[in-house]
Design a protein around this ligand. Structure first.
Ligand code: PLP
Length: 495
């Protein structure tokens, strides 16, 4: 087997050659990203035709050929969230260092499930997590684990909360042996992850209490406490309250301080879903908005959102990381190494749901260092300022109405001049018009935004987590929205 011939190895010279070529192609792609449409307008059928229907090749195809054709395939037929006019959902432009980090991580390929398999990578993940805690301003005693994204970060915390607060026997006996219903609380604007978590972990979606929001779209604290009291009276077992730090639709941050106080009073787990917004806690001017964050038992945050990591990177932070080990650690006979509780080593498989784990920490760790704390403060502040600018321009324009502006999310509506409708008819027409407008703008490729429904108003929603966006992009986007709005209005009228 000295010279084992195989089809998988790429020798040094070939690897260099195709690697340099690929990097050249990617550099050109990134450099010209703003000149392309934000997204392709092809239908799934058209994309399938481009891809072709051939079956799996029986014989291999040379790697350099594949890399060339695949770059072209992707650059010509994708949505580019790195485009300066991409403002949809909460998906950020990716820091280029992340692409290089992923290449490096995949080359070393540590399995960050156990420290024995990933000696330095485990330490790097640990440092990344402690830097994230430091960044958002909570105690460095917080520990945690990197996961694929916000949903997983919230799931990971949900189960840890249950282990900590629900009857001790639950791990062995499961939910069916508990007589009490185990209840979680969150505001109406909480992301759908909580539905999935309640189903996944066997609580059922009826175990969630969706607390109404007040006029500023924050969780209504009076209603929260009343609901907890009512549940206790009925013999249920409340276990956690979720506060949102930057809700998906409008970017509002719940009153974290007040939620923390309620959790303390009733001995409940306080979880913060900060998947989008919590990095903004670093901004001095926003300290008041995020007050109470340090009271959280756990926090979900997404480096692949406002820290500009390429997908996927989420993080669960837990004030006392022992709760993660209590929940997730098991001691199988086939792992000969010392476990986290016993020795000096740290095995991330004991901290969450995954067993084998990739080195997603590297891209986050490198970006945190390349950009630095001050760099991130500047980037996040600029995103917020651009979002405010968007809201201001809309406010000044006769045909636009700003509905909300929080963190880096602005919602607005297009309202045509001389609209002769009143009352319900007007509301219905504006909803139809703005819904049409979101769809045509998304398909058009000039800019990309998404929607929000605020007080039953269908809105255009612009979320800026994009370090490539400039003031000019904002100004041009306003023009595009107005032009497309006029067209959509005329088209609806002539129907
Ligand atoms: C984005 C988001 C999620 C879901 O995160 P993913 O990374 O998409 O899984 C959950 N909660 C909030 C508040 C979010 O903004």
């Amino acid at each position: 087997m000295d010279n084992r011939q195989n089809s998988i190895e790429i020798n040094k010279e070939d690897f260099q050659k195709m690697g340099y070529q690929l990097i050249d192609t990617i550099s050109e792609f990134l450099d010209t990203i703003s000149e392309k449409p934000v997204t392709t307008s092809q239908s799934p059928k058209e994309l399938q035709d481009i891809l072709g229907q051939s079956s799996l090749p029986k014989k291999g195809i040379p790697a350099d050929q594949l890399l060339k054709s695949t770059s072209k395939l992707l650059f010509e037929n994708s949505l580019f969230n790195g485009h300066p006019k991409f403002f949809g959902f909460i998906t950020s432009s990716a820091a280029p260092i992340g692409a290089l980090a992923d290449l490096l991580a995949a080359s070393v390929n540590p399995n960050v499930g156990g420290q024995i398999l990933s000696p330095m990578a485990t330490e790097i993940e640990k440092q990344t997590i402690s830097w994230l805690a430091e960044f958002i301003g909570v105690s460095p005693s917080y520990g945690g684990v990197l996961v694929s994204g916000g949903n997983m970060a919230n799931f990971t915390a949900f189960l840890a909360a249950r282990t900590a607060k629900a009857p001790k026997s639950i791990k062995e006996n499961g939910l069916s042996n508990t007589t009490k219903q185990i209840i979680s609380y969150c505001s109406k604007s909480t992301h759908t992850w909580i539905d999935k978590a309640a189903i996944l972990f066997g609580h059922g979606s009826k175990s969630i209490r969706w607390i109404p929001t007040d006029t500023s779209n924050k969780m209504d604290m009076v209603s929260l406490e009343q609901t907890i009291k009512a549940d206790l009276k009925l013999g249920h077992q409340p276990f956690m309250v979720v506060g949102t730090a930057g809700d998906v639709s409008t970017g509002v941050v719940d009153n974290l301080e007040a939620i923390g106080a309620v959790c303390k009073k009733y001995d409940l787990w306080f979880h913060i879903d900060g998947a989008y917004g919590v990095p903004a806690a670093v901004i001095t001017e926003l300290k008041e908005t995020f007050k109470g964050i340090e009271k959280a038992d756990s926090i979900a945050l997404d480096p692949h959102k406002w820290l500009y990591s390429p997908l996927e990177a989420g993080c669960t932070l837990v004030k006392n990381p022992k709760h993660l080990i209590d929940t997730y650690s098991s001691h199988p006979e086939y792992y000969n190494f010392s476990l986290t509780e016993e020795g000096g080593s740290l095995n991330y498989f004991e901290y969450g749901l995954q067993n084998s784990r990739g080195f997603r920490a590297l891209k986050v760790w490198l970006a945190l260092q390349q950009i630095g704390r001050d760099g991130y403060v500047k980037l996040i502040k600029e995103d917020i300022a651009l979002s405010e600018y968007f809201a201001k321009l809309a406010e000044q324009h006769a045909e636009l109405e700003t509905i909300t502006q929080n963190l880096s999310i602005t919602t607005m509506r297009y309202i045509p001049k001389n609209l002769n409708l009143i009352g319900e008819e007007r509301d219905t027409y504006l909803n139809t018009l703005n819904e049409t407008l979101v769809n045509t703008i998304q398909a058009g490729g000039q800019l990309f935004l998404s929607n929000a429904i605020v007080d039953e108003k269908y809105c255009l929603r612009i979320c800026i987590v994009n370090f490539r966006t400039t003031k000019q992009d904002v100004e041009e986007s306003i023009e595009i929205i107005i032009n497309e709005g006029k067209k959509a209005h005329n088209a609806l009228l002539s129907n």
